[in-house]
Design a protein around this ligand. Sequence first.
Ligand code: ADP
Length: 323
Amino acid sequence: VTRIGVLTSGGDSPGMNAAVRAVVRTGLFHGLEVYGIMRGYSGMVEDDIFKMESRSVANIIQRGGTVLKTARCKEFFEYEGRKKAYENLKKRGINGLVVIGGDGSFNGALKFSQEFDIPCIGLPGTIDKDIAGTDFTIGFDTAVNTAVEAIDKIRDTADAHDRLFIIEVMGRDAGYIALHSGIATGAEHILIPERKTDIDAVVSSLQEKEKRKKLVNLIVVAEGDEFGGGEEVAKHVKAKLPNVDTRVCILGHIQRGGSPTCLDRLIASRMGYHAVESLMTNRYNVMVGIQNNKMHYTPLENAVKAKQKINEEWMKIVKILAS
Ligand code: ADP
């Protein structure tokens, strides 16, 4: 490998910039030429590619979003699009690619690497922490801390008015943001896609709390909980408990933005460094992850969306601590 390309693809996540910086600087350290590819696979197809220097990634480690921009790219689903992308890499002599994104982006990289002679490395960039083969994904820690900060604020106003707040956080398939932020803010109930939502049990527990005048309650709901997210839960609860002052708050996209936490910057830097080291040692078509504090390499075909098991103990802790 002598020239590598780096891109960010799919849903954005805080810490992607720190990963890009690490890839660029590690590549330059090894004497490689490094090329930035704009807007994910779109830039590869449309030839929006530029040479990067050390200065290109100055002052970005602390910034949210991604300086390379990100996109979803329809053309890349088709062979023709991927071929165009390949030709654009080939004409610059780019012979290695680092893709920072989610499982969709890894699927794209897998197809691409099977069809053309470009070794690829994936780095898990997603706030949902729902990728097999890694304990950490770039962006999760920031997203969950943003949720905690927001929920703390909601608790203040809930407390002032004796209100029940139903707060929806991101997580269409994975409940980690809800679980972690809910535990960290002392939520009374946490509803996640990995568990059946027993709405009747939630209602009867709230009724019991109403009886003993515990009126400030927080329910944290992942958007993908089986009941259908915050609004649906609220509708049901309001119908069953008309006397409870109930409000809904959907945190939404604030969870994707903001300056990455120290942890996200660290794992992004470590993964970015190892992405290049892997290419240099001919370990490619893998996703670089971290498991038990060691680097862990998962073949791209196995780096799929995965619901990691939610430890039953956490659910028990939620119940006991929120009583
Ligand atoms: P994420 O990486 O966050 O999961 P997406 O699922 O939207 O995001 O995937 C990002 C991009 O990766 C897609 O827009 C497409 O360009 C490419 N991609 C995803 N799946 C495939 C596939 N099966 N074949 C080719 N390209 C794909």
